[in-house]
Write a protein that binds this ligand. Structure first.
Ligand SMILES: Cc1cc2nc3c(=O)[nH]c(=O)nc-3n(C[C@H](O)[C@H](O)[C@H](O)COP(=O)(O)OP(=O)(O)OC[C@H]3O[C@@H](n4cnc5c(N)ncnc54)[C@H](O)[C@@H]3O)c2cc1C
Length: 401
C-alpha cells in the first residue's frame, strides 16, 4: 500500500480504481486510424472529456485543467490509459506548447490557448532551426521588430515538422541585433494561418514529407504572445527544448506497418535466431538499455519539477538515440537479406528499413547527439566550455555562416 501524502489527495489505489471505472464507462475506442498531423472531431471530443476530468494534465494547478497532483499519482492515470490504449493522458509530460504556455505565458494567453492545445483544436510546430543556425541555435537571424502592440517577423526557418497543419508556432527570433547573440532573442507563439507565412514541404530520408521550409515575410504576432519576456528568448527556448528532449528520451516511433518487426524478441524467434547465444547477448543488451533508460528518465523526472532540466533530459535523449539505432541494426541483421526489400508488399522489411532510417530523427532532431554530449560534458560533468568567440560581442558584429 502506498502512503497517502496529503489528506486532500487520493491514494494510488483509490485513483487507480477511479480511473479504471471512468475508462470502463467512457472509453469505447476511436473509429478512424489516426493521422498524427491532424485531429478528427471524434478525437477532439474524446480529448475534451479527458481534459474536463482533469486526467490530461493532472500535475497542473486546478485552475488550469489539472488536479495539482504529484508526478507519481499522474503516472497512475497514464498507466491506466495506456492499458486500454486511450489517448490524452500524460500531456503534462508530452504537450510541448501547453507546458511551455503554462510555464511562460500570461494568464490571458493561457485562457486563450491552453485548452485548445490540450484538446488539439490548435496544432503547433516549432520554428527554431534556420539554414545557418541548427546546432548553433543562438545564431538565428529571423527578426521580430516591435510595432506598438505587436511584432513584425521576417526570416526563414527550415526542418519545421508539421508546419502545414499548424495553427501556432513556437518561434525563436532576434529582437535585438546589438545585444550578444544569446541575449538578443525572444520567444513567441506565432499564429501560422496568416499571409506572410509561406510553407514548402521537404522530403525526408524515410520518403515521408512531414517537415518543411518556412519563409516568413512581414508576419505579425501580438505582444501578449511573447513567452518569458523580451530578451529572455534563449532561456525560454531551453524550457521548451527540455520538454522536447524529455519526450524524445522516453519514446521513439516504432514502425509504420505495425508488423512483427515491432517486437524484437518475436522477430528473433520468427527468424529462428532466438537460441543463437551471440544474438541473445546483443538482444539482452538492447533490452537492458531500454529498461535502464526508462528507469533513468523516471528518476530524472521525479527529481525535477515542471520545467525540467535540459541537461538531465539530454542523457535520456542520447540514450534513446543509441537504443533506436541499436535496435534497428539488430533487426536488420535478424531479417538478413530480406532487408533489401521494401514497400507495403513486404511489411516486415519495410518496417525494419523505416526504423533504421527514422532512428536519425532522434539523433538529429531536437539537437544532435554531439550537442547532447556537449551539454552533458559541460553541465553534468563540469568540463570546460567550448570556446565561443562570438558569445559576448554584439550579434551584428559576429561572423556568420
Ligand atoms: C526528423 C527531424 C525533424 C526536425 N524537426 C524540426 C522542427 O520541427 N523544428 C525545428 O526548428 N527543427 C527541426 N529539426 C532540425 C534539427 O533540430 C536540426 O537538424 C539539428 O538541430 C541540427 O542542426 P543542422 O541540421 O543545422 O546541423 P548542423 O548544426 O549544421 O550540424 C552538422 C553536424 O555538425 C555537428 N556539430 C555542429 N556543432 C557542433 C558542436 N558545437 N560540437 C560538436 N558537433 C557539432 C552536428 O552534431 C552535426 O553532426 C528536425 C530535424 C529532423 C532530423
Amino acid at each position: 500500500m502506498s502512503a497517502n501524502p496529503s489528506p486532500t489527495l487520493p491514494t494510488a489505489e483509490q485513483l487507480r480504481a477511479e480511473v479504471r471505472e471512468w475508462l470502463a464507462r467512457n472509453w469505447t475506442g476511436l473509429s478512424k486510424s489516426e493521422d498524427p498531423w491532424s485531429s478528427s472531431p471524434e478525437r477532439i471530443a474524446w480529448l475534451e472529456k479527458v481534459v474536463d476530468e482533469g486526467y490530461a494534465v493532472p500535475t497542473y494547478p486546478t485552475e488550469w485543467f489539472g488536479r495539482g497532483y504529484p508526478t507519481d499519482l499522474a503516472a497512475v492515470i497514464v498507466k491506466e490509459f495506456t492499458a486500454v490504449k486511450a489517448p490524452g493522458a500524460g500531456q503534462d509530460k508530452y504537450n510541448i506548447p501547453a507546458n511551455t504556455t503554462l510555464k511562460l505565458g500570461s494568464d490571458a494567453l493561457k485562457h486563450q490557448l491552453l485548452r485548445d492545445f490540450l484538446v488539439e483544436r490548435a496544432r503547433t510546430c516549432l520554428l527554431y532551426s534556420e539554414p545557418g543556425a541548427g546546432s548553433d541555435l543562438a545564431g538565428v537571424r529571423t527578426t521580430a521588430i516591435k510595432h506598438g502592440d505587436h511584432w513584425v517577423v521576417n526570416g526563414q526557418k527550415v526542418w519545421t515538422s508539421g508546419a502545414k497543419t499548424a495553427d501556432y508556432a513556437l518561434l525563436i527570433a532576434r529582437t535585438d541585433w546589438d545585444a550578444p547573440k544569446h541575449k538578443g532573442l525572444s520567444f513567441f507563439l506565432l499564429p501560422m494561418k496568416q499571409p506572410g507565412i509561406d510553407i514548402r514541404p521537404l522530403v525526408q530520408i524515410t520518403g515521408e514529407s512531414h517537415f518543411n521550409e518556412v519563409f516568413i515575410t512581414d508576419a505579425t504576432v501580438p505582444d501578449e504572445n511573447l513567452l518569458g519576456g523580451e530578451g529572455n528568448g534563449w532561456r525560454s527556448l531551453q524550457t521548451a527544448l527540455a520538454y522536447e528532449r524529455s519526450i524524445m528520451g522516453d519514446t521513439g516511433r516504432t514502425s509504420r506497418n505495425r508488423s512483427r518487426a515491432d517486437d524484437l524478441i518475436a522477430l528473433a524467434r520468427e527468424h529462428g535466431r532466438l537460441d543463437d547465444p551471440a544474438v541473445r547477448r546483443r538482444l539482452a543488451k538492447v533490452l537492458a538499455m531500454r529498461e535502464l533508460n526508462a528507469l533513468n528518465n523516471a528518476r530524472a523526472k521525479a527529481a525535477t519539477t515542471q520545467g525540467t532540466s535540459s541537461s538531465i533530459m539530454s542523457l535520456g535523449k542520447l540514450a534513446m538515440s543509441r537504443i533506436l539505432h541499436g535496435e534497428a541494426r539488430m533487426k536488420t541483421e535478424l531479417i538478413g537479406a530480406q532487408a533489401l526489400l521494401s514497400g507495403s508488399d513486404n511489411p516486415e522489411a519495410d518496417d525494419v528499413n523505416f526504423l533504421a532510417l527514422n532512428a536519425f530523427f532522434t539523433s538529429i532532431g531536437g539537437g544532435t547527439d554531439q550537442i547532447q554530449r556537449n551539454i552533458i560534458g559541460e553541465r553534468v560533468l563540469g568540463l570546460p566550455k567550448e570556446p565561443e568567440a562570438d558569445r559576448d560581442i554584439p550579434f551584428r558584429q559576429a561572423r556568420r555562416s
